[in-house]
Design a protein around this ligand. Structure first.
Ligand code: URA
Length: 477
């Protein structure tokens, strides 16, 4: 009997090394006992495996299966994988296609369990902000810590996901089977940890998650049994948004009715659900991170030079949402710098709102146009396009958390309210779910009016709206 001792957890390198030796010596799987570092060997010393055995060439899917299955907790995982590899090197190159084969069936179950665990950790791990005096470099000791209890040894396997997603933060992930530390430059893999004290305390980050969950919660799809299966109670303790679940389930029937009514009123356009779902898989932790995602994304309708991001202080009391960047905004990469922006600036000033104290953004982040010779003529976004970008807008607002969201024109009102709004008839205060809102006209509507008394009155009304909006904010202050 040959004893192979590997490190505790998922020892992929150790397993590969051992495998080379075992294959080189043509050792039968039944003649090998595998153990993790914590399990003492009962077999005394056996002859060491050759250290210089050549790599075992394996089909790519077999390699991928090995990487996954070594993360499983099953103590037999290495023995099963050894059996698999031995059959492959003996000629069964397409062995993974034989789903009814008991070995393949069992390995497929292990693989599925690991993948499911990875998905849970990606989806349900939540960072909490803690003060860390050791990290005083540039963010006043800001560090994010998360506690998670995976079912399998997946901590290292999840590292690339979290590094990519939260590259700009200093964070630590603690689990009972290992830990990860990221300092914005390098990753350190550490030992198992105990659940840290005090992580349950509410913080801004947790609140952000709760708001996000509430705003993306679809009451029409409420199925408490399925919710529990997808988001098992085990994870609830770590999920700030879980606090919102009971109330949302209670209010679901009323919200479904409201959605049906809104849907009936909204224009019918193509359904961009796939793209929305792809975006929703991205979970930025900061506005800067969200902006990176927006900047990296392709325009839904090709042609735009760049994504135009929101601009203004992150703690602005008032957010102003326009339709989409125009020609000049597209060139400069800043919102409201063209003719409509200049008119808006003038009106804001007259209304007593400082532009630099407000957060200005757009419902749609890319310029959509038709080319006419050298000119690029603005085209309004469709409802489907507005829906596509809505996820970003909602995330953006969740980070800024303004006291009032002012929508300019019908597109912004549609993005915030989820229904078509008749701006001239409904202008004024309007609730937008999580946000107190205020509907008014778009400055480009004013620019299109023929010069004369009507246009001047429309401008005065616009300024009066902005003044009222300011008063709402000051009243709420
Ligand atoms: N119109 C908008 O709606 N937004 C801009 O940024 C510019 C013009």
């Amino acid at each position: 009997m040959r004893h192979v001792e590997l490190k505790d957890g998922a020892d992929l390198d150790g397993f590969r090394r051992a495998l080379r030796g075992l294959v080189a010596l043509d050792v039968e799987p039944d003649a090998v006992v595998w153990s993790g570092g914590a399990t003492p060997s009962l077999f005394g010393d056996t002859a060491p495996l050759p250290a210089d055995a050549p790599p075992v060439p394996l089909p790519r899917p077999v390699g991928a299966l090995i990487e996954s299955v070594v993360c499983h907790r099953d103590p037999e995982r290495y023995a099963l994988l050894h059996r698999l590899v031995r059959r492959v090197v003996r000629g069964e190159r397409d062995i993974l296609d034989h789903h009814a084969d008991p070995l393949i069936h069992r390995l497929a179950l292990l693989d599925k369990a690991v993948r499911r665990d990875l998905h849970k950790m990606h989806a349900f791990l939540r960072f909490r902000e803690v003060r860390d005096p050791a990290n005083s470099e540039d963010r006043g000791g800001e560090r994010y810590v998360a506690w998670f209890e995976p079912d399998h040894f997946i901590v290292e396997a999840t590292a690339p996901f979290f590094v990519e997603r939260f590259e700009s933060l200093v964070w630590t992930i603690l689990t009972p089977v290992g830990s990860l530390h990221w300092d914005r430059r390098s990753l350190t893999v550490g030992p198992a940890a105990l659940r840290p004290e005090g992580l349950d305390r509410d913080d801004r980050f947790a609140e952000g998650w709760q708001r996000y969950y509430e705003s993306t919660f679809n009451p029409a799809r409420v199925n408490p049994t399925a919710m529990r299966a997808e988001m098992p109670r085990k994870y609830w303790a770590n999920l700030p948004e879980a606090a919102a679940i009971p109330a949302m389930i209670r209010s679901a029937p009323a919200r479904v009715q409201a959605m049906i009514e809104a849907e009936a009123a909204a224009p019918r356009r193509r359904n961009p659900d796939k793209a929305v779902a792809a975006m929703a898989r991205q979970e930025p932790a900061t506005l800067a991170e969200l902006n990176r995602i927006i900047r990296a994304a392709d325009p839904l309708v090709p042609g735009a030079t760049q994504a135009v991001l929101g601009e203004g202080p992150e703690e602005a009391a008032i957010a102003i949402v326009g339709e989409q960047p125009g020609d000049q905004e597209d060139m400069e990469g800043r919102p409201f710098v063209g003719p409509a922006g200049q008119l808006l600036d003038r009106a804001l000033e007259e209304a007593g709102i400082e532009r630099s104290a407000a957060y200005l953004t757009n419902a749609v982040k890319h310029f959509k146009f038709v080319a006419r010779g050298k000119r690029r003529l603005h085209q309004s976004p469709t409802a489907g396009e507005v829906k596509h970008y809505r996820w970003w807008l909602m995330k953006e607002l969740a980070f800024v958390r303004p006291r009032l969201v002012v929508t300019l024109g019908a597109t912004a009102a549609l993005a915030l309210s989820g229904r078509s709004v008749s701006v001239l008839r409904e202008r004024g205060p309007m609730g937008f779910g999580d946000w107190e809102g205020f509907v008014t006209v778009h400055p480009s509507y004013l620019l299109r009016l023929p010069a004369g008394e009507e246009a001047e009155q429309a401008y005065r009304d616009f300024v009066a709206d902005l003044r009222r909006a300011r008063e709402v904010v000051e009243g709420a202050g």
